[in-house]
Write a protein that binds this ligand. Structure first.
Ligand code: GDP
Ligand code: MG
Length: 306
């Protein structure tokens, strides 16, 4: 008997869906144990379908971190593409996890998602109530009961993605749902996100964290060049595209202080992740109405015809 991969292995996809800010990225990062998806206190920061890959014994679980599902504006192409990408992620999934910010109760967003899930009753869904660190057990149990009354969930989990509590049971559930078959990725892969994209996402995260309310999400970061040197260092040039001249000023800050701070934070984290020296150069450019121009977001693998 050979012990080649494929004999006892299983492998499949898990779609994590939920309203913006439910904690999807935090959960996936906690499960994978590395920073893959971008976590930010601001809503709608996840635009890519980043995958995190977890190994659980002989099982490979590929998590799809979807953009949050929300009521997209009629005229906003980017928003609609984001929501369409999120639903698309559930079609081929072997398991679906509906993640809910339990501290917010049964919100309008969550009700809308459940209504849509009910259209396809053959798909089994695991309800996962997150942020239990923020609430009392009685309120939590009441919400769990209430939600199970309006939808036939296959299982219910209660977790704190932030405090890393309770998600082992969730991973064990996901592992059981994965079909038998060979691994789709080498065992040591944690994400299939290209480094260039990951580096751009990191800078975007630092921008959001530094600017918070001051900046709308009409902003994108692109890695323009990536040059590896013989001494093991890498030079990365990135452009931050904004919609208005005023935004450019905010990002640059007084005498360039803001962009310097952001660049330094992004560089330090990149060095930590890549374990090599990084020279990071940031440019800021105004690109008017980029949100309505499909060619500017096909980069993220979103369907701009949605
Ligand atoms: P996403 O939009 O669903 O991907 O949500 P994020 O993972 O970006 O999280 C949104 C916000 O909720 C962040 O500020 C997180 O730190 C916070 N958060 C996520 N999980 C928990 C949790 O278990 N407890 C608490 N208190 N906050 C959490
Ligand atoms: Mg997210």
């Amino acid at each position: 008997m050979s012990d080649s991969v494929g004999e006892n292995t299983s492998c499949g996809y898990v779609a994590v869906i939920g309203a913006p800010n439910a904690g999807k990225s935090t959960l996936i990062n906690a499960i994978i144990g590395a920073k893959i998806s971008i976590v930010s206190p601001k809503v709608q920061t996840t635009r890519t379908r980043v995958m995190g890959i977890a190994m659980q014994g002989d099982c490979q679980i590929i998590f799809i971190d979807t953009p949050g599902i929300f009521q997209a504006g009629e005229k906003k192409k980017l928003e609609r593409a984001m929501v369409a990408a999120a639903w698309e992620g559930t079609v081929d999934a072997d398991a679906i996890i509906l993640l809910v910010d339990a501290s917010r109760g049964l919100s309008k967003d969550v009700r809308a998602i459940i209504e849509k899930l009910a259209n396809n009753p053959t798909q089994k869904v695991a309800l996962t109530l997150n942020k239990i660190d923020k609430m009392k057990p009685e309120a939590l149990l009441k919400l769990a009961a209430e939600m199970n009354e309006i939808f036939d969930f296959e299982a219910t989990f209660m977790i704190s993605a932030l405090k890393e509590k309770g998600f082992k049971e969730l991973v064990a559930y996901a592992a059981k749902k994965m079909p038998a078959g060979p691994y789709m990725y080498p065992e040591d892969h944690i994400t299939d996100m290209p480094m260039r994209l990951m580096a751009a996402e990191l800078t975007r995260e630092k921008l959001f964290l530094a600017l918070r309310q001051e900046l709308p999400y009409e902003l994108t970061v692109e890695t323009e060049s990536w040059e590896e040197f013989a001494d093991g260092s890498v030079k990365i040039d990135q452009t931050i595209f904004v919609a208005r001249e005023g935004h450019k000023k905010i990002i640059l800050g007084q005498g360039g202080a803001m962009i310097k701070k952001i660049g330094q934070q992004a560089r330090e984290e990149l060095e930590e992740i890549m374990e090599q020296r990084v020279h990071l150069k940031l440019f800021v450019k105004v690109r008017e109405n980029w949100m309505d121009k499909p060619e500017h977001f096909t980069l993220w693998g979103l369907d701009n015809k949605a």
